[in-house]
Design a protein around this ligand. Structure first.
Ligand code: CTP
Length: 403
């Protein structure tokens, strides 16, 4: 799957002969699974029609601040376009547009969208060789790169003027590969496998009853989503949970019992770089599961329980390259108990949930954690949304992977 799959790409087309290549470029982005919107400078429409790019992108094409359909009198918002984009590409980028981009001359919708965009912006310049060599062009490219824009270098070859030299816009396939490689390289977990357990487990008593707990799975799902955003190949083994993965590329394996979670985890564990056990696994299960629904024929009922397998303990025993992180929920002697768990389960670190704080714990959208490592260093974090907590946890883990 392309790293651009599911991403929003804003393609800015300016008035250069290479604009004809944007038809192919749009097709390649759509084939890669991206949602493409095109914004053109008014003069670019002399080189390729908005209709062509609209049909290929399956979206309306924007050329003016005001919608030309006078009856609707609507405003094409550059801010909306800029914020919508996960990536912006300006191809071809003429000397004129690049000069306006670095000076902030927002006299057309394309440049206004560029200035409003918060996402990474790629620029594929295209012009005649003497224009490309001119100090003003070199200065534009230098300044635009210093703003953090990513320049896709022009290629050498035959130019539309008939001259030979540097200035040709890169071929669409080269632009696509350049963007994919750049994005992958900038993702901290690209090429790494991450395994996460989440949610509760349900241990059957009879066909209709079970022993469970209040875990919503939210923390584990947020961890899985953050790992996917960072480019990892994510395997999420989850007990019953109503959470979802927001269309991110996550391999979700739904299980019910601790035994099923155990089996699913060890199908993948050997190959992963990071494993995080965020599941609230039941510690005990009924020794026997009644085949029929238990009738209330007696005054009292005793159910004999036996321990479930400790999945994290087993992960610790089998640990090789894995950076292994557990969760702990303690009500007393929090830090000492967490440290004991690190040692007992052979962990690299443990995330300690504090139940002392309002807003933290089961079914909440927020959490307050500290991370304790195997050298007993402790890092404390404020009460935050579980999405932010997941970011903090990976910000902690990532530097350790290369250390
Ligand atoms: N865990 C697990 N499998 C189990 C029980 C727990 O993988 N059968 C994992 C949890 O996902 C969590 C960590 O172990 O990451 C801590 O679990 P916890 O139940 O708090 O620890 P225990 O070792 O069971 O100790 P205690 O209940 O006595 O605090």
């Amino acid at each position: 799957m392309s790293i651009l799959s599911g991403k929003n790409i804003l393609l800015g087309v300016t008035a250069g002969i290479a604009a004809y290549k944007t038809a192919q470029l749009t097709r390649l982005f759509v084939k890669a699974g991206a949602d493409v919107k095109v914004v053109m400078t008014p003069n670019a429409t002399d080189f390729i029609t908005p209709l062509t790019l609209s049909v290929l992108s399956k979206n309306p094409v924007f050329t003016e601040f005001i919608n030309e359909d006078k009856e609707k009198e609507s405003w094409n918002s550059h801010v909306d376009l800029g914020l919508w984009a996960d990536y912006m590409l300006i191809a071809p980028a003429t000397a004129n547009t690049m000069s306006k981009m670095h000076q902030g001359t927002a006299d057309n919708l394309l440049i206004a969208s560029y200035i409003s965009a918060k996402c990474p912006v790629f620029i594929a310049p295209a012009m005649d060789l003497d224009m490309y060599k001119h100090p003003s062009t070199k200065e534009s490219l230098r300044i635009l790169a210093s703003f953090g824009n990513i320049i896709i270098p022009a290629e050498t070859g035959e130019l539309a003027s008939g001259l030979e030299g540097k200035g040709r816009m890169s071929e669409p396939e080269t632009i696509l590969a350049f963007m994919e490689n750049h994005i992958k390289a900038s993702l901290a977990l690209y090429g790494k496998k991450v395994l996460i357990t989440a949610g509760p487990t349900y241990e059957a008593i009879d066909p209709v009853r079970y022993i469970g707990n209040h875990s919503s799975g939210k923390m584990g799902f947020e961890l899985a989503k953050q790992a996917a955003r960072l480019g990892a190949e994510v395997i999420l083994v989850s007990g019953p949970s109503s959470q979802n993965c927001d269309n991110l590329p996550i391999e979700r394996i739904d299980v019910v019992s601790a035994e099923q979670m155990y089996k699913a985890v060890f199908k993948y564990y050997n190959k992963v770089t990071v494993a995080i056990a965020a599941a609230a696994v039941a510690d005990f299960k009924p020794a026997e599961v009644a085949l029929q629904k238990i009738k209330k024929s007696e005054d009292s009922l005793t159910i004999k329980l036996t321990p479930t397998q400790d999945i994290l303990l087993e992960m610790g025993k089998r640990k090789k390259q894995q950076f292994l992180v557990g969760f702990a929920l303690e009500t007393e002697n929090e830090v000492q108990n967490a440290i004991k768990k690190i040692k007992k389960k052979n962990l690299d670190a443990i995330v300690l949930n504090s139940l002392q704080d309002e807003g933290a714990g089961f079914k909440k959208d927020t959490n307050k954690i500290s991370i304790i490592d195997k050298s007993e260093n402790s890092f404390e974090f404020n009460l935050k949304s579980k999405t932010e907590v997941a970011e903090d946890i990976f910000n902690y883990i990532i530097p350790k992977l290369d250390a």
